[in-house]
Write a new protein. Structure first.
Length: 547
């Protein structure tokens, strides 16, 4: 497609719009950009490939909060695998069934990728293409990165603290939402006693208890950050969100400024140009570089002039997982209130109301949400909670109140040789270049993995027995859904893609946001840190727009 000098008169284009800031992606980080820019009086147009629906969190469903196991299928339904090797298909077909012959290419639909080597893949890496992005089903755990192990030095301690504080306010950080839970207290006290000297905390969560009914939790999401901007009847000249709109790429002018975004309505096929003063791409750690690699429009191809680090230095989090059924002795001790935390009264009230229930936990007792923070001695982030995901299944005949999930994450080093490339031959299901992963763990990460799973098993044994089918295991690479570094921030172009304000080296009006900006290996959930980079980017953008 050619982009001429006056797109508003180009007969191939169905629509032409102008705005001050264009944001591609409506997840939590896109929402941070939008909310912060609108609050500073800037006009924002946000587009997303997802359907027209407010970006709420699926765990805010009352049905899911009654039975968290329902959340598993919700998540599975919104995750699209990014790269599926076709060289190791194990399905045994009838001889008469169609299958590719030796001389024929393998399947190429829905992420199936003949170029993907299984040994170098991130087989569980996925993208979410809905309004609200990953924020529609994320864990909402928002720890700060460890200053000496995870956090970059692009900001000093004072700057980091200010950015983290602002980001936590936007995301509604809450460290006490589950602290009245008997099971929260039981798990925390049991592990404090077992691991004296090791810090045990309530998880820092992006949530708040419902003001209408304290039995329910309002989990933070893109709609939370957007606030009134997400209301269907909200009318403002400063903010619009356009769903079902795919960004195909960016057109570069001869002055090395982005001239416009080329987009398409995926329902109608309508082609649209959007011209802005600033372009913010925050479509995820893989889809964002995919948009840039597809930016071959016009006489000046952006894809040919991008920093060489784009797609490189990719990191993920090795992850171990198990589920336990609480130990009988721990459960039976609850009625005796051994820690004098007021359990006896709650148990008595529950027993009087539900005489046939064999468990002492009230039906509205919140799930545990606690963790051991990453430390020098234990270099892994932990989550001890109930947050059933695609890999967590609980049989319907086991009471959910007895189940505790344990998820352990560690970090890896950033290596240029860990990268994602984009095919000029194959396309994904949305017509964009097919990503192919080249990924291996470093020796340090492999060593940490051994210690991590041993630690998880030891902690699990303090709480109960393993749920059949959910015994300790490593999860497939990519399962954490925390890919970082693919357009990393840095101090110079030779080993980074953007500066600390998210601006792509050499392009004054192009900003990237999301976990792909994070330049260091990290074990903890990265969303809060990505929000910090977004806030720093907003400050710089506003300064330049008002200059």
């Amino acid at each position: 497609m050619r982009v001429d000098g006056n797109p508003s008169t180009d007969p191939k284009i169905d629509r032409y719009d102008e705005t001050e800031v264009l944001i591609v992606g409506s997840g939590p980080i896109g929402a941070v950009f939008a909310r912060s820019l609108v609050d500073k009086g800037k006009e924002v147009l946000m587009i997303d490939i997802g359907e027209q629906r407010v970006g709420d969190h699926k765990k805010n469903s009352m049905a899911v909060q009654k039975d968290i196991s329902l959340f598993t299928n919700t998540v599975k339904g919104e995750l699209n695998l990014l790269s599926v090797p076709t060289s190791n298909v194990e399905a045994v077909l009838e001889p008469s069934s169609w299958a590719p012959r030796t001389e024929q290419q393998a399947f190429i639909k829905n992420g199936q990728n003949p170029d993907q080597k299984p040994i170098l893949n991130l087989p569980a890496a996925c993208a979410t293409r809905v309004v609200g992005g990953m924020g529609s089903h994320w864990t909402c755990c928002i720890p700060r990165e460890h200053a000496n192990i995870e956090r970059s030095n692009l900001f000093n301690d004072e700057e980091w603290d200010l950015l983290y504080t602002k980001a936590e306010k936007l995301l509604n950080r809450n460290d006490t939402a589950f602290d009245d839970s008997i099971r929260q207290q039981l798990v925390k006290e049991t592990l404090k006693k077992a691991y004296e000297g090791r810090e045990m905390r309530s998880m820092p969560l992006a949530c708040e208890r419902s003001k209408l009914n304290q039995n329910y939790v309002e989990w933070s999401c893109a709609a939370t950050v957007l606030g009134d901007l997400s209301e269907p009847d909200y009318k403002s000249p400063l903010f619009k969100i356009r769903p079902n709109t795919q960004c195909l790429g960016l057109a570069l002018g001869p002055d090395k400024k982005i001239k416009m975004a080329v987009t398409r309505n995926i329902l109608t096929g309508e082609m649209q140009y959007i011209k802005a003063k600033k372009y913010v791409i925050c479509a995820g750690a893989i889809l964002t570089p995919g948009i840039l690699f597809n930016s071959t429009f016009g006489d000046h191809s952006l894809a040919d002039e991008l920093p060489s680090a784009l797609g490189c230095y990719m990191t993920e989090q090795p992850m171990a997982f198990c589920q336990v059924v609480l130990n009988r002795s721990l459960v039976d001790s609850v009625k005796d209130d051994p820690y004098h935390l007021g359990w006896a009264k709650k148990v008595k009230q529950h027993e009087q109301k539900y005489k046939n229930d064999p468990l002492p936990f009230p039906f509205n007792d919140p799930d545990p949400q606690c963790y051991f923070p990453l430390s020098e001695k234990y270099p892994w982030h932990t989550q001890i909670h109930r947050d059933a995901f695609g890999y967590g299944q609980v049989p319907p005949n086991v009471d959910q109140r007895l189940i505790v999930d344990l998820r352990w994450f560690t970090y890896m080093e950033q290596k240029q040789s860990n990268y994602v490339e984009f095919s000029s031959t194959y396309r994904d299901q949305f017509g964009m270049p097919q990503p192919t992963f080249h990924f291996t763990l470093d020796e340090g990460a492999l060593t940490r993995c051994e210690g991590m799973i041993s630690d998880m098993v030891d902690v699990a044994r303090k709480l109960g027995g393993f749920l059949p089918g959910a015994e300790p295991k490593y999860l497939a690479p990519g399962s954490a859904l925390h890919i970082c570094g693919t357009y990393r921030a840095g101090e110079e172009e030779k080993d980074s893609v953007v500066d600390r304000s998210g601006k792509v080296w050499g392009y004054d009006n192009l900003v990237l946001g999301g976990c792909g900006v994070i330049p260091t290996g990290n074990a903890c959930n990265p969303t809060l840190t990505a929000a910090c980079f977004a806030l720093a980017a907003v400050d710089k953008m506003v300064q330049e727009l008002e200059a």
